[in-house]
Design a protein around this ligand. Structure first.
Ligand code: ZN
Length: 422
């Protein structure tokens, strides 16, 4: 049973994880500390009972109970490591009117305004000429997307802020004229590589330098970038470090690319989880039939943050399904299958919450508003595993700085702990 003391670890996790590659390493560090072993995809997995595998910005970890056999079911918690934001383009060097600028690509559904006037660092991976990957983080105020002064945009209060992704979101990162190769040379210097030619390619995110913080007169809230969905990644990692139930295998699947549709080698629509589950079953001597029997008895909790009711926009929420902060995780339901929850899986998760002493809520979108989606329906469709979509309620989803309750992350871990015992 986790208490509020473990929130310090959540804040540390958020601060350590400015990119999907960093989320994976933050998760790996905690799994290592809990006795998990990292194993290569090409290795022989027989005997790997408490292990994890990393593929790019995705990680799958498993912990097998003492009595698992070839047809034992899996208890899976899924989440995603990526968050909407700004990514550095392959040829980013540009300058205009005495400003050095960095070309960026908008990743996912970004609340563009939230990225204005923030001091931004850069983090992600750099691959050198020899093909070696370097985890890189430049934790310094390096770039900024400057907002236009109100004096030059007099209609902003009446018309709203209009931002063009291509022309208005380009950060400045210095003054003077820039030349092709400047950014690569800077990176090479930062990662101790030999000259700009040594940098072959990168996947780099800009990120807000402001650390995660407790907020409010009663410290009842948490403000941070990337709560969606690093909060759920942290909760999944925290829960799997406890011992699994004897006859099941606890699994966490932290996918990349959810914010852009999950269709990738490391996304939920790819074969990653399916291959891991099949390999685990085969390593236990399962045949095709016992593997499919194991899947039919398995279940999945897809954990991704939900929308808390907004005090300034109550009309945007379905009146009978308005999740409150610090009132427990919400079970997300959508008859049109944007969420994978069924009546059976909703009841399963509510039972887990009851056993853990955790309050639980229910979320449904308004009929006149499009509903978001998650990895839940995708994994359910691929694997045929009974799935429930749940999430901690938050405000400002997809902002550079999001807001959630301080009790809910703990509730989520305790509910997932109980789920892994089923
Ligand atoms: Zn999400």
């Amino acid at each position: 049973m986790r208490t509020e003391a473990s929130l310090d670890d959540l804040l540390a996790f958020l601060d350590e994880s400015p990119s999907p590659a960093h989320v994976v390493e933050s998760a790996a560090a905690r799994l290592d500390a809990a006795g998990f072993t990292r194993i290569g995809e090409a290795a022989d997995w027989s005997g790997a009972t408490r292990s994890y595998v990393v593929r790019g910005g995705a990680l799958v970890a498993w912990s097998a109970g003492e009595q698992v056999s070839h047809d034992s079911p899996f208890r899976i918690v899924g989440a995603h490591t990526d968050s909407p934001g700004l990514r550095v383009k392959p040829r980013p060097d540009s300058s205009s009117l005495g400003w050095r600028q960095l070309g960026i690509e908008v990743y996912g559904g970004v609340l563009l305004n939230s990225w204005l006037d923030r001091d931004l660092g850069i983090a992600g991976t750099v691959v050198d000429r020899d093909g070696d990957t370097h985890l890189v983080r430049i934790h310094a105020p390096l770039a900024r997307v400057p907002q236009l002064a109100i004096h030059l945009d007099r209609e902003i209060s009446e018309r709203g802020l209009l931002l063009d992704k291509q022309t208005h979101m380009t950060p400045v990162w210095g003054t003077g004229a820039s030349q092709a190769g400047d950014f690569a040379a800077y990176l090479a210097e930062q990662c101790d590589l030999d000259g700009s030619d040594a940098v072959a390619a990168w996947e780099l995110c800009l990120y807000d330098l402001t650390p995660a913080a407790r907020l409010g007169m009663d410290l009842s809230l948490i403000a941070s970038g990337r709560l969606d969905n690093q909060l759920s990644c942290w909760a999944a990692v925290s829960a799997i470090t406890d011992a699994p139930a004897a006859g099941t295998t606890s699994v966490i699947a932290l996918f990349d690319h959810e914010e852009v549709g999950s269709e990738s080698r490391t996304g939920a629509a790819g074969p990653l989880l399916e291959h891991v589950l099949e390999r685990l079953a085969l390593a236990r001597g399962a045949g095709r039939d016992s593997y499919l029997r194991a899947l039919s008895a398995s279940s999945c909790v897809s954990a991704d943050n939900a929308h808390a009711v907004h005090p300034n926009y109550p009309e945007r929420h379905e009146p009978n399904h308005r999740p409150m902060v610090n009132a427990g995780p919400a079970v997300k339901v959508n008859a049109n299958q944007r969420y994978a929850t069924s009546s059976e899986t909703a009841a399963l998760f509510e039972r887990c919450c009851r056993e853990a002493g955790v309050p639980v809520q229910s979320f449904v979108s308004r009929n006149n508003m499009p509903c978001g989606s998650t990895i839940g329906p995708i994994t359910a469709t691929r694997l045929g595993i009974a799935t429930v979509d749940v999430g901690v309620p938050q405000l400002s989803m997809h902002s550079a700085r999001e807001l959630c309750g301080a009790l809910d992350p703990i509730y989520m871990v305790n509910a997932l702990d109980a789920y892994f015992q089923h």
